[in-house]
Ligand binder design. Structure first.
Ligand code: GAP
Length: 513
C-alpha cells in the first residue's frame, strides 16, 4: 500500500473514531456518498465556515450575506442551463449492472498509462543514479514517447466527442481501448447516455397540482435571482459582492473519496458584481485574495497550485481552480470563475424582469459582469483534516497521533485538566473553565493519567492544555502545553487569557490576507 492511500485510510478512520465524520444512516448500512458530521466535526465545520464568512462579509464593506432557499422556481434551472447541460455521460455494464461515467472509464485507462510512464522514470532514475536527467529521459525514451502520444490521442478524441455530444463515439472509444468493467471483467456495454445530476422532487399535496422541483446543485443561482433585491434594499454600488453558504445536491455517479465528492454537500460561494470591462482586474484580484486566505491557515504554499482552465464553459471568459494536495494527489478545492453577464442576462430573459444596475456616474443601465469564488466546505474540511493528521515519533521510540489543525479552526481551543481527581484540583480547574468558556470552546477531562489525556487532546486537535496541579493551589499558576511542540510553560491565572488571545485572535490570522 502506498503512503498516500494508507494516509487516506487513516484519515477516514480517525475522522470516525474521534467523532468528526460518520457515514449517514450507518445503522441501516449507510447511504453512498452521504455523511454526517459528529460532535467534533460539526465544530470544525462551523469554524471553517465562520473563517470564510468573516473574511468575506465582515471584513469587506462591499460584500453582504444572503441565505436563499434550497427550493427555487424550476425555471431558474432552465435559465441557468442546468436542466439541459448539467449532466454526465453514463454507460452500464450489462453483466454486472454497474453504472459508470464513460469519461471516467477512459480517464482511468489513461491514468494506467501514466502510471507506466512514472514506473519507467523511477526505474531509470534508479539505474542512472545521480547522473539521471529526467527531462531528457522523458523527451527521448521511445517507450515514454509512445505512451505520451497514446495519452494525448485518447484524451483529444474523448474531448472532441464530448464537446460534439457524439456519445456513440465515446462508446466506440471504450470498445476500441478494450476497457472492461472492473466488476464483471466483461466488455458488454450499453450505449452511452447523458444523465442529469440534479435531484428532482415535487411540491404540492396532490399529484395533479404538484410541480416538479429540483434540489439546488449550486448555491450561486440563489444569489443571482436575488441580485436586484439586495442591490436595491442595500443601496449597493458596483463593485459589490453577495456571499452565501449552504447545502447543494448532486446525484454524482462516481461518488467516492470520502467527503471529497458527495451527493449532499455544502458550498461557500461569493458572486462579485462589477462593471463590464473590469472583470479581468477583479478575477485576478480574487485569485490572489482567495489563495492568500488559504495560505493564512499555514498549511504550506507547496500544497496549493492554480489550474487555469484552457477550455472554458460557454459563459466564462476566464476560470481557474485552486488545487490542494489531497492524500490522493492535487485536486480541485475551489473554483474562481469570471462568468460574464451570462447568468443575470439569462434570468432577465426567462423571468421577463429587468436585472440591470443603474450606474449614476455613467448615467446608464447595464447588466453587471460577475466574478465568482466557489469552495466546497466539506472539501475544505477534508483538505485541513487530512493535512493536519500526523503520526509523530516521540521520545523512547513512542509515536503519537496528532491533529495539527490550525488553532483558529480547532473544535476545542483549550482542554482544562486537573492533575488529580482530588485535593480540590477539579474544583479549581472547573473555576478556570467557567471563566474561559464565555470566549472559547473548552474541554474538561479528569479521567486517566495526564499523559493519556494529552494524547486524547492531541488526537482531537486541541491546541492548548491547561493543567491544574498542587502548585496551582499555592501560587495561582498553571502549566499550559502546546500541542505541536509539546512544550509546557508555567503561567499565572491572570496571564491565561492574554496568552490565548495572542494565539487565537482571528485578526492575527486573517490580517495575513
Ligand atoms: N457555482 C459554481 C460551482 O458550483 P463547481 O466547480 O461545480 O462550481 C464549486 O463547484 C466547488 O464546490 C468545488 O470546487 C468543490 O469544492 C465543491 N464541490 C463540487 N461538487 C462537489 C461534490 N460533489 N462534493 C463535495 N464538494 C463539491
Amino acid at each position: 500500500m502506498t503512503y498516500q492511500s494508507d494516509h487516506f485510510k487513516k484519515t477516514i478512520s480517525h475522522a470516525k473514531e474521534y467523532g468528526f465524520v460518520f457515514s449517514s444512516s450507518e445503522i441501516y448500512d449507510g447511504l453512498n456518498a452521504i455523511y454526517d458530521y459528529g460532535q467534533n466535526g460539526v465544530m470544525l465545520k462551523n469554524n471553517i465556515r465562520e473563517y470564510w464568512w468573516k473574511s468575506m462579509v465582515q471584513l469587506n464593506e462591499n460584500i453582504v450575506g444572503l441565505d436563499s432557499a434550497i427550493f427555487m422556481h424550476p425555471t431558474i434551472w432552465k435559465a441557468s442551463g442546468h436542466l439541459d447541460a448539467f449532466s454526465d455521460p453514463l454507460i452500464d455494464n450489462k453483466d454486472s449492472n454497474k453504472r459508470y461515467r464513460a469519461d471516467v472509464l477512459v480517464e482511468d485507462y489513461v491514468a494506467k498509462i501514466e502510471l507506466k510512464i512514472e514506473k519507467e522514470i523511477t526505474k531509470a532514475s534508479k539505474r542512472f543514479g545521480e547522473q539521471f536527467n529526467q527531462e531528457q529521459f522523458i523527451e527521448t525514451n521511445p517507450r515514454i514517447i509512445d505512451y505520451k502520444n497514446k495519452v494525448s490521442l485518447i484524451l483529444s478524441r474523448l474531448n472532441k466527442s464530448l464537446e460534439a455530444e457524439d456519445l456513440s463515439d465515446v462508446k466506440s472509444l471504450i470498445e476500441e481501448l478494450k476497457i472492461a468493467c472492473p466488476e464483471s471483467g466483461s466488455r458488454n456495454w450499453t450505449d452511452v447516455k447523458q444523465f442529469n445530476l440534479m435531484f428532482g422532487t415535487k411540491l404540492g399535496a396532490s399529484s395533479e397540482s404538484s410541480i416538479d422541483l429540483y434540489l439546488r446543485p449550486e448555491t450561486a443561482q440563489g444569489i443571482f435571482v436575488n441580485f436586484l433585491n439586495v442591490q436595491k434594499s442595500g443601496r449597493m454600488k458596483l463593485p459589490f459582492g453577495i456571499a452565501q453558504t449552504g447545502k447543494a445536491f448532486r446525484n454524482e455517479i462516481v461518488a467516492r473519496q470520502f467527503i471529497f465528492r458527495m451527493r449532499e454537500f455544502e458550498q461557500m460561494e461569493m458572486q462579485f458584481f462589477v462593471s463590464p470591462g473590469e472583470q479581468k482586474k477583479w478575477y485576478n484580484k480574487w485569485k490572489e485574495t482567495r489563495l492568500s486566505w488559504h495560505l493564512s491557515l499555514g498549511m504550506g504554499q507547496d500544497n496549493y497550485r492554480f489550474h487555469d482552465h484552457e477550455k472554458l464553459a460557454h459563459y466564462a471568459d476566464a476560470a481557474t481552480d485552486i488545487e490542494f494536495k489531497f492524500p490522493f494527489g492535487f485536486k480541485e478545492l475551489e473554483g474562481i470563475h469570471s462568468r460574464t453577464d451570462f447568468d443575470l442576462s439569462k434570468h432577465e430573459e426567462f423571468s421577463g424582469k429587468k436585472l440591470k444596475f443603474f450606474d449614476p456616474e455613467k448615467n446608464k443601465n447595464y447588466t453587471p459582469y460577475v466574478v465568482e469564488t466557489s469552495i466546497g466546505l466539506d472539501r475544505m474540511f477534508l483538505a485541513i483534516f487530512s493535512w493536519a493528521l500526523k503520526e509523530e515519533l516521540i521520545e523512547e521510540g513512542n509515536t503519537r497521533t496528532v491533529l495539527k489543525l490550525p488553532a483558529i479552526l480547532a473544535p476545542y481551543k483549550v482542554a482544562v485538566l486537573p492533575l488529580l481527581k482530588k485535593d480540590g484540583l477539579p474544583e479549581l480547574a472547573r473555576k478556570i473553565l467557567e471563566d474561559l468558556k464565555w470566549k472559547y470552546n473548552i474541554s474538561y477531562d479528569e479521567k486517566d493519567a495526564v499523559g493519556r489525556r494529552y494524547r486524547r487532546q492531541d488526537a482531537l486537535g486541541t491546541p492548548f492544555c491547561i493543567t491544574v496541579d498542587h502548585q496551582s493551589l499555592e501560587d495561582k499558576t498553571v502549566t499550559i502545553r502546546d500541542r505541536d511542540t509539546m512544550n509546557q510553560e508555567r503561567i499565572s491565572f491572570k496571564e491565561i487569557s492574554g496568552f490565548l488571545e495572542d494565539k487565537l485572535n482571528i485578526k492575527n490570522w486573517l490580517q495575513k490576507i
